[in-house]
Ligand binder design. Structure first.
Ligand SMILES: Nc1nc2c(ncn2[C@@H]2O[C@H](COP(=O)(O)OP(=O)(O)OP(=O)(O)O)[C@@H](O)[C@H]2O)c(=O)[nH]1
Ligand SMILES: [Zn+2]
Length: 338
């Protein structure tokens, strides 16, 4: 490989801060910047390194610095729209093997949000695992788990209590050497507490939440990629909390495989599942095979995705128009005067 012949090495992005990157390397942590060539060739945000990326670097260990020359192909990625711009993709986390969808079993518990997280997870290419946290605050664990399993068919579900140290052993298979896990879950569900538990030391600051209010405030700002005692790596980026559905078509179909399968057996292929004869969805709701609430959230998310797609289309058209305006303008300027 030409990179290696030039004395380059591979490192992994642990943190991004204003175009400076903290990189795990064979020389320990180095601070890196992208090379001029990489910057020149980058067409958009997605061509810059993100947390979890494997990158080709030329290290300068004595200065604790490195230059980043290239990003190795991403196996999976979580992305969102870059703030402000219309359609630009910003990678929030890359090369994630497993994503823990963390939901707390107290007031925070919400099946509909879990469905959204599942879509994002399937879309990313990482394998979703549902982690139900704060099990010590839940009276009817078995019922909760059954509910979750019903909306997340085939997805492993684990109930844990970081407080009591219960259920954590079941997470070990995802946290072995060379594996990367990302955490997805709203503020206050116990992500930092879990990381500290798994790392065996306080890596993340845990804030105290007022009694009766489990929403909490945003505390995770510093570190983003953590080395765990079992050899695995864990990604906890603030960006993961701001993920929204966009371009979620694939993930949507995976997350609602049951509803989509039913819809495919409606008599009319463009069935609106209203009053049409031979509607498999209506029949399934009537005889209890499909929960009305699940179907409602399917419709809601479907509308949301369609709305998002229309917005992106409009933004694309606007960007295209702007581009042509600039081209015309520069043509006018270069036109030889008569
Ligand atoms: N009872 C109980 N409380 C927990 C458990 N895990 C975390 N907590 C509490 O929940 C609160 C929030 O925990 P954090 O770990 O800061 O939550 P977080 O998800 O990292 O929150 P952000 O950093 O804001 O995203 C803290 O007061 C923790 O002590 C648990 O297993 N049981
Ligand atoms: Zn139908």
């Amino acid at each position: 490989m030409p990179y290696l012949e030039q004395g380059m090495e591979v490192g992994r992005i642990a943190l991004e801060h204003k175009r400076m990157y903290r990189i795990f390397t064979a020389h320990g942590e180095l601070l890196g910047e992208v090379s001029g060539k990489l910057r020149y060739e980058a067409a958009g945000r997605e061509d810059y390194p993100a947390v979890g990326d494997w990158v080709v670097i030329s290290p300068r260990p004595e200065e604790k610095r490195a230059t980043i020359h290239a990003i190795l192909p991403r196996r999976s990625k979580f992305s969102r729209k870059a703030a402000g711009s219309g359609v630009e993709e910003q990678i929030v986390a890359a090369n994630v093997d497993t994503v823990f969808l963390v939901n707390a079993l107290n007031n925070d518990y919400n099946l509909r949000r879990l469905e959204r997280y599942l879509i994002l997870a399937w879309e990313s290419g990482a394998n979703p695992v549902i982690v139900l946290s704060k099990a010590d605050l839940c009276a009817d664990l078995a019922a909760r788990i059954a509910e979750v399993e019903a909306v997340a068919v085939g997805v492993p579900v684990h109930a844990i209590s970081s407080e009591l140290g219960q259920g954590l052993d079941a997470l070990a298979p995802y946290l072995g050497g060379g594996q990367t896990v990302a955490l997805l879950g709203s503020s206050g569900v116990g992500k930092s507490t879990l990381i500290n538990r798994l790392a065996g030391k306080d890596l993340q600051q845990v804030k105290e939440v007022r009694a009766g209010d489990d929403r909490g405030r945003h505390t995770t700002t510093h570190r983003e990629l953590f080395q765990l005692s079992g050899g695995g790596l864990m990604i906890d980026t603030p960006g993961m909390r701001e993920l929204q559905l966009w371009e979620g078509d694939e993930g949507f179909r995976d997350a609602f495989d049951d509803v989509e399968t039913l819809a495919a057996s409606c008599r009319f292929h463009d069935c609106q599942h209203q009053k049409e004869p031979g509607c498999a969805i209506r029949l399934a709701i009537e005889d209890g095979r499909l929960e009305r609430s699940r179907y409602d959230s399917y419709r809601k998310l479907q509308r949301e995705l369609a709305h998002q797609a229309r917005k992106e289309d409009a933004a694309l058209r606007a960007a295209e128009k702007e581009k042509w305006k600039k081209i015309h303008k520069s043509l006018r300027h270069t036109k030889p005067k008569r």
